[in-house]
Write a protein that binds this ligand. Structure first.
Ligand code: GAP
Length: 505
C-alpha cells in the first residue's frame, strides 16, 4: 500500500509514448522537482514533454493541482485541486452547465448517486465488457496494457486511436522480457454495502455518469412533462481502475465527467448527432477560448465503434505530451441503453409516434471530461516570453510565464495591488477589494515589488490588476493593467464596478 513506512519505492516504472511513469507518482518528467522555486532556465523552444513538466510544476507551485496524499508519497493517478485549481475547474463546469442546461429550454439537469443498483452494470454491459487487455512481463513481472504496448511498437503511435498495426511483437518496455498473452481486466472499482463484505453486498463506483441518467429517464420525463427531443445533463465523479493511468490529470482513476444524454426520435438521430458535433466544438473554441488550431474532430472508423453506437466522433486536443488525444466523445448510442434497462428492470421506456407506432427513443451522447478539459485549458494558456515583457524592471533577463486564460475561465479575475503597504494606501485598496469580490473572484497582494506582483498574477492568468498609488488618494482613481496588452488605464474608483461589468460581459 502506498504510504507505508519506509517510503514507497517506485516499483512500477514504465514508459508510455516517451513519458516516464511509476506506480505512485504517475507522471515523472526527467529532473522534475515537485516543489516551488524558480522556473527552470529557458530552453529556446519548449519541447512537448518539457512543456508538460513546466505545466505540472506551475500548477503545483501556484496552488492549482497537488498530488493526492502527497505527504505519504502520493497515490497514483489521484489529484487534488488547490485553491486556484478548484476555481478553474468550477468555471469550466459552470460554463458547461450554462451552455448545456441553463441557456436551453430542451435540457434539464440531474445529480444521481455514485453507487447504483448492481443490476445497472449488468444491463449496461459494464460488468461483462468494461475491460482492458493486460499483459505481464514473464521476466520482471511488471504489468502493462496490451493496447498501449502495441501503440509503442507501431509505426505511428497515436494515443487516440491505437490503430496502427504493430511492426514487431511487443516485448517488456522495461527489461525487454517476453510478455504473457493478454488477459481481460474489469475497470470498475468494487466496494461492499453494509457490514457484510461478500458477493451479495457488492456495489460498484460508477465508471460513467451516463447510467444515472438512463435509469432516471422515466422519472425525469414524467415529473417534468418532457416531450422528445429533450436532454438530461449531469456533472459528476466517475471512477475507473485504469491499468495505465498517466499524463498528469489526462487519465486518472477518479475524474469528473460532464455528460448529456439527448433523447430523440430514431429518424432524427443523425441530424442531432451532427448538431451536437458543432455545438460542442464551438463550446471549446468560443466559450473556453481554446485555440482553434489545437482542436479537431475525428470520426471513428467502423471497426472502432462500440457495438451499440451507430456513429461516434471525438473532439481532440493537441496535448503537449501526446499529440492529438480525446477530450470528448460524441456518440449516437441508438436505443441500446434504454432497451437494456427496459429488459433488466421490466419497465417500459417506449414512446408513441404521431402515426401510433411505438418506438424506444434514440440517444445522442456528448460526453466530456472536466479534468481533461482543465488540462487542455492549462496547456493552451501556457505562454513563455523570453526576456520578459518590460524593460523597466528586473524581469528583463528572466523567462516570463503568462497563463493566457480566457477571462471566463481565469481562476482569479482581478488582483488588487496597493503600490506600498502604507496604511493610507492599504485602506483604500482593501475597500476596493471588498467591493469587487462581491461580484468577482479577486486576489489581494501587497508583498514584493509591483513588477514582481504583476508577474505573479500573469503566471496565474489574472486578466486585470488594479493598482492603488499615492495619487489615488487625491484623484480617487486607480490604474487597471491588462494582462495581455499590459496597457494601463486610469479609472475612477466609483466607476470600477461598471468598468469591470463591461469587461466581463
Ligand atoms: N458515457 C460515455 C463515456 O464515459 P468515455 O469516452 O469513456 O465515454 C468520456 O469518457 C470522457 O470522459 C472522455 O472523453 C474523457 O474526457 C473523460 N475520461 C474518460 N476516462 C477518463 C480518465 N480515466 N481520466 C480522466 N478523464 C477521463
Amino acid at each position: 500500500m502506498p504510504g507505508s513506512d519506509p517510503p514507497p519505492k517506485y516499483f512500477y516504472q514504465g514508459y508510455y509514448l516517451g513519458v516516464k511513469f511509476n506506480q505512485f507518482n504517475n507522471f515523472v518528467p526527467p529532473s522534475f522537482k515537485i516543489g516551488g522555486g524558480p522556473l527552470p532556465a529557458m530552453a529556446k523552444k519548449s519541447q512537448p514533454n518539457d512543456l508538460m513538466e513546466k505545466i505540472v510544476s506551475l500548477t503545483k507551485r501556484r496552488g492549482f493541482i497537488f498530488q493526492s496524499s502527497e505527504i505519504y508519497g502520493g497515490l497514483n493517478s489521484f489529484y487534488d485541486y488547490g485553491p486556484l485549481g478548484v476555481e478553474l475547474k468550477n468555471n469550466v463546469k459552470r460554463l458547461w452547465w450554462q451552455a448545456m442546461v441553463q441557456k436551453r429550454d430542451d435540457v434539464v439537469g440531474l445529480d444521481a448517486a455514485i453507487l447504483m443498483h448492481p443490476k445497472t452494470w449488468e444491463a449496461s454491459g459494464h460488468l461483462q465488457n468494461f475491460t482492458d487487455p493486460l499483459v505481464d512481463c514473464k521476466k520482471c513481472k511488471k504489468r502493462f496494457r496490451a493496447d498501449h504496448l502495441l501503440a509503442l511498437t507501431s509505426a505511428k503511435p497515436d494515443l487516440g486511436t491505437m490503430k496502427e498495426g504493430p511492426k514487431k511483437k511487443p516485448v517488456c518496455p522495461e527489461c525487454g522480457g517476453e510478455l504473457t498473452e493478454a488477459r481481460q481486466f474489469n475497470l470498475m472499482f468494487k466496494t461492499f454495502m453494509g457490514p457484510l463484505a461478500d458477493e451479495t453486498a457488492t456495489v460498484y463506483l460508477r465508471p460513467e455518469t451516463a447510467q444515472g441518467i438512463f435509469v432516471n429517464f422515466k422519472n425525469v420525463k414524467d415529473s417534468m412533462r418532457l416531450k422528445l427531443p429533450f436532454g438530461i445533463a449531469q456533472i459528476g465523479k466517475s471512477f475507473r481502475n485504469e491499468v495505465t493511468p498517466g499524463n498528469f490529470i489526462f487519465r486518472t482513476r477518479e475524474f469528473e465527467q460532464m455528460e448529456l444524454e439527448y433523447f430523440c426520435r430514431p429518424k432524427e438521430a443523425p441530424k442531432f448527432f451532427e448538431y451536437w458535433l458543432k455545438e460542442r466544438m464551438d463550446w471549446y473554441a468560443k466559450t473556453l477560448g481554446i485555440k482553434k488550431q489545437n482542436l479537431r474532430l475525428r470520426a471513428h472508423q467502423k471497426d472502432e465503434l462500440a457495438h451499440y453506437a451507430a456513429a461516434c466522433s471525438d473532439i481532440e486536443y493537441n496535448f503537449p505530451f501526446a499529440g492529438w488525444s480525446e477530450l470528448e466523445g460524441i456518440a449516437n448510442r441508438q436505443d441500446f441503453d434504454l432497451k437494456q434497462h427496459a429488459k433488466f428492470s421490466g419497465q417500459e421506456f417506449s414512446d408513441i409516434d404521431q402515426d401510433g407506432s411505438k418506438f424506444v427513443p434514440y440517444v445522442i451522447e456528448p460526453s466530456a471530461g472536466a479534468d481533461r478539459t482543465v488540462l487542455a485549458v492549462l496547456a493552451d494558456a501556457y505562454t513563455e516570453i523570453s526576456g520578459g515583457r518590460t524593460t523597466t524592471t528586473e524581469s528583463t533577463k528572466e523567462l516570463e510565464v503568462v497563463m493566457k486564460f480566457d477571462k471566463k475561465v481565469a481562476p482569479i479575475k482581478i488582483a488588487v495591488l496597493p503600490l506600498s503597504k502604507k496604511e493610507q494606501l492599504a485602506k483604500v485598496a482593501k475597500e476596493i477589494y471588498d467591493q469587487l469580490r462581491q461580484n468577482w473572484t479577486c486576489d489581494y497582494d501587497e508583498v514584493a515589488s509591483i513588477g514582481r506582483r504583476y508577474r505573479r498574477q500573469d503566471e496565474i492568468g489574472t486578466p486585470y490588476c488594479v493598482t492603488v498609488d499615492f495619487e489615488s488618494l487625491a484623484d480617487k482613481a486607480i490604474t487597471v493593467r491588462d494582462r495581455d496588452t499590459m496597457k494601463q488605464e486610469r479609472i475612477k474608483i466609483g466607476e470600477l464596478v461598471e468598468y469591470f461589468e463591461e469587461k466581463f460581459k
